[in-house]
Design a protein around this ligand. Structure first.
Ligand code: GDP
Ligand code: GDP
Length: 435
């Protein structure tokens, strides 16, 4: 489940984000754009031939007001810590600079494979500009043009070739979850509270990158793997306190989990950063539990909880399925409910419903709320079936998918949710034409 990771590094303006967006852009998302989801373009996925990978644009993680030497050192450290392969980008248009040499010096100290790409080589004559870059000592520089999409195939061939050979341990049946949230909301405290003294800690397993540590434990007879506890335990590096680094780290952990404990903080409420992370988890199709921590710090009246709930529902309308639990890592209030809740949303995430029961629900829904007519043509629904779980994904066969607008899809989703328990998990509905 852990994807190999590529990091792009180089001085500003060499074209890192152009290349990142170009590779990410070729992905086709089956998910419709969700209103209220904030996008962050420093972490994304790419695919080359049959290999899927994660990508980080380290240039997007800046320490405010730091001089160039500090910025680049931090970016290089992030690349070295997070990536399996580093793509070092320079510019053929501007030629070799002292800043490039400074980047190279930091990368020498790592044992991660580095592929050197000379960007802005927009036409074949420009290929001679690459020779100077041999002196950087990273082997053959690969000429590319991010703007024109030239040479990217050759570059990705080389990147994929250098990915570590997957020695994936036999996958176990553990429920994989991660604890996600802004710095200081209480993630480490929650880890400790959940693990407590009486939980059996099975073992620590090292993931693909050196510091990605998963923790296995058993609670209420259920086996869990908590993903990326190393990312939660701080190592004291400067960049760990930057927002974009923690968002990137959260996205990586989400990719490797089935269930997300999305933690916010009763004292501080909802922040922009929360929206990026929750939106990513939703679009990735993960089961999500909303955890409001530090519940002990509020002076409560008999409607405090209701008010908080309303606030969350308004801010995260696309996540109406996510149960909200109010906890305290310090007093341990409701912590003991978490293992069962994680199990419940996981089961819903993996649930399969029978086609006959599903079609009964759809046909009854259509009877109550007839299908719309567009330009004199009526939408007809023939048949629905669940094609996948994790998250549950339904295909609805219709006469013409264009006649089925978002509002009718949402109506069907609500009907499905009323009849089957999908608490905690997004569900997807794909419309397909059957002539
Ligand atoms: P970053 O700071 O490294 O992320 O660089 P950007 O991706 O923002 O690109 C910096 C500038 O270089 C922009 O004006 C891009 O349009 C331009 N650029 C990026 N790739 C190419 C390329 O392949 N050829 C040319 N001619 N310009 C490019
Ligand atoms: P992280 O950065 O998200 O891992 O947050 P920490 O677990 O390091 O917690 C940040 C601070 O909040 C620490 O001082 C904790 O003691 C405190 N804290 C965490 N959970 C709670 C809680 O439930 N109640 C109170 N009052 N403080 C908490």
């Amino acid at each position: 489940m852990a994807m190999p990771t590529v990091a792009f590094i180089g001085r500003p303006n060499v074209g890192k984000s152009t290349i990142f967006n170009r590779i990410a852009g070729d992905r086709i998302s089956i998910v419709e754009d969700t209103p209220g989801v904030t996008r962050d373009r420093i972490y994304s996925h790419g695919e080359w031939l049959t290999t899927k990978f994660a990508m980080i644009d380290t240039g997007g993680i800046e320490i405010s007001d730091a001089p160039f030497s500090t910025q680049i050192k931090n970016q290089a450290e992030i690349a070295i810590d997070e990536a399996d392969v580093i793509v070092f980008i320079v510019s053929g248009k501007e030629g070799l600079t002292a800043d490039d040499e400074q980047v190279a010096k930091i990368l020498y100290r790592s044992d991660k494979p580095v592929v050197l790409a000379v960007n802005k080589v927009d036409n074949p004559e420009g290929r001679e500009d690459i020779y100077d870059f041999y002196s950087l000592g990273f082997g053959d520089p690969m000429p590319i043009s991010g703007v024109h999409g030239l040479g990217l195939g050759d570059l990705l061939d080389k990147v994929v070739e250098k990915f570590p050979k997957t020695d994936e341990k036999a996958p176990n049946d553990d429920i994989r979850f991660s604890i996600i949230g802004r710095p200081n909301v209480g993630k480490s405290s929650l880890v400790n509270a959940i693990l407590g003294e009486d939980r059996v800690i099975v073992s620590d397993i090292a993931g693909t990158t050196r510091d990605a540590i998963d923790t296995r434990f058993e609670a209420d007879g259920i086996k869990f793997t908590m993903v990326d506890t190393a990312g939660i335990r701080k190592r004291g590096k400067v960049y760990e306190n930057t927002e974009r680094y923690s968002v990137m780290r959260a996205m990586k952990a989400i990719d490797q989990s089935d269930v997300i404990l999305f933690v916010m903080n009763a004292e501080e409420g909802i922040r922009e950063q929360d929206k990026k992370v929750a939106g990513y988890a939703h679009e990735a199709g993960k089961a999500i539990i909303t955890v409001v921590n530090k519940w002990d710090t509020l002076k409560k009246t008999n409607h405090t909880q209701q008010d908080f709930e309303t606030l969350i529902r308004n801010e995260f309308q696309y996540m109406a399925y996510s149960p909200i639990i109010f906890v305290s890592a310090v007093t341990k209030q409701r912590i003991e409910k978490l293992p069962q809740l994680i199990k419940q949303v996981y089961d819903n995430h993996e649930k399969r419903v029978q086609s006959s029961a599903l079609n009964d629900v759809i046909m009854a829904a259509v009877a109550v709320h007839p299908t719309p007519t567009v330009n004199g043509k009526r939408l007809r629904i023939y048949y629905a079936t669940q094609v996948k779980s994790g998250p549950p994904t339904f295909v609805v066969f219709v006469n013409n998918p264009d006649l089925m607008h978002f509002s009718y899809v949402r109506f069907l989703e609500n009907q499905i949710r009323e009849n089957f328990d999908f608490t905690g998990t997004p569900i997807r509905i794909i419309k397909r034409s059957r002539k």
